[in-house]
Design a protein around this ligand. Structure first.
Ligand code: SAH
Ligand code: SF4
Ligand code: F3S
Length: 454
């Protein structure tokens, strides 16, 4: 009898991709394929790729370079490439015409047909269409965490920020029906998940394409009432569309966490306009002020790109200035990467690499200092931590997050498994990337009897 075929999925990029991988894994396991965490052992290697920066594509292409040798030794090895990179025309062309040993090329809107593609690949190369499919209904997912679960609420992006490739790789915005999302979250809560993260490239657009008076605030309100669930997060919200109604809803909710990820991208009005972001530095500041006024304990994090075309030293100083004014709890910082096909890649004043790197370094230094300063006042406070498991760096410590999304590590005291538990932890020291604490009390959740649905 033929033994079961083993597969491995390599994933890069954002939470969307991570969740797509969880879905592909579940779909393949349903078909009888066996997951292996070791790509060397796999009969089928799948790359779920990202295109957001050139470096992400280069990593995937580098892996394909290694796989070429393996495929020579083992012609039965099946290699599939999916994800955002296959929608970048330049790379798609490369994959189709120059990398013939890739057996299956699929994309971000047809990944749920992977089992069919694998069957078809037995009789020849499969190149799936690069078209905007209708969104799939409920899909199974093999979630990596037992504590927190990703739930897609919408697909695609309509924003066309001038630097960004995502609208081209993920297609137009489409929302999942509210009832379908609600049911999925309710089932996850029943299965014991403590946290959900609602995914979309711009969750604030949720519902615009649905019938009825549905928006993201209404979705949050409804999910907030699901018993058993402790925390609700979402990723990503666009500062332009962050309404007062939404801040109110979050302030009034029980479960939506006091963490606002508001990607600033740049602090100069000229650059913000060139980026097509739809807000000014003044409006951004007003938004963060409103958040802090309404929810003083909230944390605010951001994404910033340095070296966007046309960014002068003065523009960059505007970014540093805004970073000082807002005092983000953390910032993900990126060097601008020209993505072919996006307007920014065609702009004339591209910034030399060394200038970008110098600005990057200065921004990171400033932000690290602020991050630490934001963390220090937590020392001695008791915070609620949702324990995710043992710390990867130190298995003698538990690791989890506060509602404000800060990582907290604390000592393992006995054999009790705290994974998935809410713990009250007193912070004893603060670093830039995490906090250390000691356990005060493990919270006993009410209603561990069968959960009711409302
Ligand atoms: N939808 C999300 C962002 C997805 S991409 C949002 O709008 O916030 C994640 C981050 O990558 C972006 O916030 C941006 O800071 C960065 N990014 C996107 N395109 C980039 C590019 N061409 N070069 C450098 N960074 C980029
Ligand atoms: Fe890209 Fe802008 Fe859409 Fe975010 S909102 S995915 S940065 S186009
Ligand atoms: Fe990358 Fe695609 Fe996400 S380009 S960041 S994997 S949407």
């Amino acid at each position: 009898m033929e033994s079961k075929r083993r597969f491995n999925i390599w994933t890069s990029g954002c939470q969307m991709n991570e969740h797509d991988t969880e879905i592909m894994r579940a779909l393949l396991e349903q078909e009888g394929y066996l997951w292996t965490s070791d790509p060397e052992e796999a009969d089928i290697v799948i790359l779920n790729t990202c295109s957001v920066r050139k470096s992400a594509e280069q990593r995937a292409l580098g892996l394909l370079g290694n796989l070429k040798h393996r495929k020579k030794r083992d012609p039965d090895l099946v290699i599939a490439v999916g994800g955002c990179m296959t929608h970048n025309p330049e790379v798609r062309d490369l994959l189709i015409n120059k990398i013939p040993f890739v057996d299956i090329i699929f994309g971000t809107r047809n990944y749920h047909y992977l089992p069919e593609f694998l069957r078809e690949a037995e009789s020849g190369r499969v190149i799936a269409d690069d078209v905007d499919e209708d969104i799939p209904g409920v899909l199974p997912a093999c979630r990596t965490s037992k504590v927190k679960a990703y739930v897609t609420i919408m697909y695609g992006c309509n924003n066309y920020c001038s630097y960004c490739i995502v609208p081209y790789t993920r297609g137009r915005e489409k929302s999942r029906p509210l009832e379908e999302v609600y049911q999925e979250v309710a089932e996850l809560a029943e299965r014991g998940y403590q946290e959900v993260m609602l995914l979309g490239q711009n969750v604030n657009s949720y519902g615009k394409d649905l019938n009825g008076n549905i928006n993201f605030a209404k979705l949050l309100e409804k999910i907030d009432r699901i018993d058993g669930l402790s925390r609700i997060r979402y990723m990503t919200s666009h500062p332009r569309d962050f309404t007062d109604e939404l801040i109110e809803t979050i302030a009034a909710s029980q479960k939506v966490c006091e963490h606002f990820h508001l990607p600033l991208q740049a602090g100069s009005n000229k650059i913000l306009q060139l980026m097509n972001r739809g807000y000014s530095r003044e409006r951004f500041l007003k938004l963060t002020d409103s958040v802090r006024e309404r929810i003083p304990e909230a944390s605010i994090t951001t994404d910033i790109i340095v070296g966007f075309p046309g960014e002068t030293e003065e523009d960059f100083l505007d970014t540093l200035d805004l970073v000082e004014r807002v005092r983000f709890d953390a910032a993900y910082t990126f060097l601008f990467s020209a993505r072919e096909g996006t307007p920014a890649a065609e702009m004339s004043e591209q910034i030399p690499e060394e200038v970008k790197k110098d600005r990057f370094k200065r921004l990171v230094e400033l932000q690290n200092k602020i991050t630490l300063e934001q963390n220090l006042p937590l020392v001695n406070q008791v915070v609620e931590v949702l324990v995710e498991g043992r710390s990867k760096k130190d298995p003698e410590r538990w690791s989890g997050r506060t509602r404000t999304n800060k990582i907290v590590n604390f000592e393992v005291l006995d054999d009790t498994d705290l994974t998935g538990k809410l713990a009250d932890v007193q912070i004893i020291s603060a670093q830039t990337w995490n906090l250390s604490g000691k356990l005060k009390k493990v919270q006993q959740k009410e209603g561990s009897a069968p959960f009711s649905r409302n």
